[in-house]
Structure formats: C-alpha cells, structure tokens
Design a protein. Structure first.
Length: 294
C-alpha cells in the first residue's frame, strides 16, 4: 500500500495528517525518509514520529437558531438539528454546534467522552437535518453508546435520490472506507468496514425518488456513499455526484437527507421511545417543486 493509505489504516489517522507527517520527514522506512506516495513493503522497518496532540477544542455556548428540543428528562435530551450545525466542536469548525447550543440553553450534558464531545453518542453531518439524542447522565451515556454499538437503536432517514432505484425496496451491503484519492470523501472500498443500508421507496417522481432508509450500521456518510455508488446520489449532494442543475431547480444548497425518526430503549427503565422530526423548509419546498412537475 501507499504510505499515506497504509499508515492511515495502521494508526487511525486521516491521510491528510499522514501526508503532513511525511512532509516533515516524520516517516522513515528502513531508516530513510518516505514520501506519502511511496510503497510500504512487508518486512520493512517503519518509524513514525507523531505530532504533538492537538489541544482540546473549546465548547462555545452559542444559541443555535432553529434548534428545537423535542424531549428532555434527567437522562437524555432529544433535539431537532437544523442545517449548518455540527454535532460538536472540531478543529477547523467555527460554526455553531449542538453541544454549544445546549450549553447556551443551560442544559448540562454527560461529562463522559472527550471534552468537546461530552454527551455525544451519535452524530449527524453538518448538512443533514433531523432528530439527534444527547446523553445528560453518565448512566445514559454508557447505555446509549452500547445501544448504538450493538445496533439496537432504530435510525430512519428520508432521502430524496436521483432517478428510480431498482428494485424499489432493497438492501445495500457494501463496505465503506475513506476514498482512495480524496481525503474529505468516503467510498465503497474492498476491505472497508461492513456497512448495511435498507431502503424502501415512498414516492417516485419524474426525476427523483423519496426513500425511507433504515441504517443497520452507522458509517460516516453511509447513505450518501451507498446511493452514490448505485448511481442514485442524494439530490443536491454535489460532493457525491449529484446533478447541480437539478439541485438549482429545486432550490437546494445541500443534500436532501433528513434524520426522520430515532427510536431507542430509554436508559432509565428500558421503555421503547421514538421521536420524529418534520421536514425543514428547504427540503419541503424541493418536494413541492417535484410534486408540481409530476
């Protein structure tokens, strides 16, 4: 494998970080500096000098416009996340976050997890809207993290994809890993992490189909990657090959993807609870245009 791809897998670092280490001479293969595109061969002696760890990202308590609290109790808080909001702070992100919005609202969350991700048991992409749960108690954090890992949580999304998937009801079982050439993207890759997506067509329009999608696994960009691999990318998802002309006609500046419902056993007593988020204005408007054309 190439140095950047191999070290990314070995050390759990992004290929961008590995490339930066190689540029400063921090990767030696058999005692000689290696470039990111050099090849790793079995039996070689590999030395890597890791950079200093980044300082924890500060959680800034900033009110999030449009973030609605769907439910709150002693253990969990369930929010309806608007577009353009990250789940938690991260290096390079200067916008608003769910965690910062909760802090601004005076809601204390679990202290488990990394400082900037305390209480976060799952995430939604910045450009994906919908329902998201955050743990408030330490007990809830432990229980929900285990539930997501063991796949006992039901995550249902609605996605508007280009064209008409055939069959109209099906399962996509294809491994996902980082894109071999573009660090900011993910892709279906042989040897990637197992990834399973179930879908069912709700309504077929002339140019697109509205799908009900159930995730069995929770990989980064899973829905976007899987449907892009089928040549049916989410409408508006230019990163994964969507038609910019269709996105413009529907007034979309991001992927049409919405975390519709989230169901889980409540950490307090095991009772099954389920929460639903309505479509935000931009997604509802895009559907309206398609319905008018149909």
């Amino acid at each position: 494998m190439r140095v950047d791809a191999g070290l990314s897998k070995l050390l759990g670092l992004s290929r961008t970080v590995v490339a930066a280490i190689t540029e400063t001479g921090g990767v030696l293969v058999d005692g000689r500096p290696a470039g990111k595109s050099d090849r790793l061969l079995a039996g070689s002696w590999l030395e890597v000098t890791l950079p200093e760890p980044e300082r924890p990202v500060e959680v800034r308590a900033i009110r999030v416009e449009g973030m609605e609290i769907l439910h709150e109790d002693d253990d969990v808080v369930v929010v309806d996340k608007p577009v353009g909001v990250a789940a938690h702070p991260s290096p390079g992100w200067s916008g608003t976050t769910v965690i910062g919005g909760l802090a601004a609202a005076g809601i204390r969350v679990s202290t488990s997890g990394a400082a900037e991700r305390q209480g976060v048991v799952h995430r939604l992409d910045v450009g994906t809207t919908g329902v998201m749960v955050v743990a408030k108690s330490e007990h809830a954090y432990t229980v929900l993290k285990r539930a997501f890992k063991e796949r006992t949580v039901e995550k249902r999304y609605h996605a508007l994809v280009q064209g008409h998937p055939d069959p109209s009801v099906g399962t996509i079982d294809a491994p996902i890993d980082r894109h071999p050439r573009h660090d900011y993207r993910w892709a279906v890759v042989a040897g990637g992490k197992p990834s399973i997506t179930h879908y069912e067509t709700i309504e077929a329009f002339r140019a697109a189909s509205l799908l009900d999608v159930k995730l069995e696994t929770g990989r980064t960009h899973q829905i976007r990657v899987h449907f892009s691999a089928l040549r049916h990318p989410c409408v508006g998802d230019l990163t994964y090959g969507a038609d910019p002309a269709l996105a413009k006609r529907l007034g979309l500046s991001r992927q049409w993807l919405h975390a519709r419902t989230l169901g889980f056993h409540h950490p307090a007593d095991g009772t099954w609870v389920e929460f639903t988020s309505e479509y935000p204005p931009d997604l509802a408007s895009a559907l309206g245009v398609l319905e008018a054309d149909y």
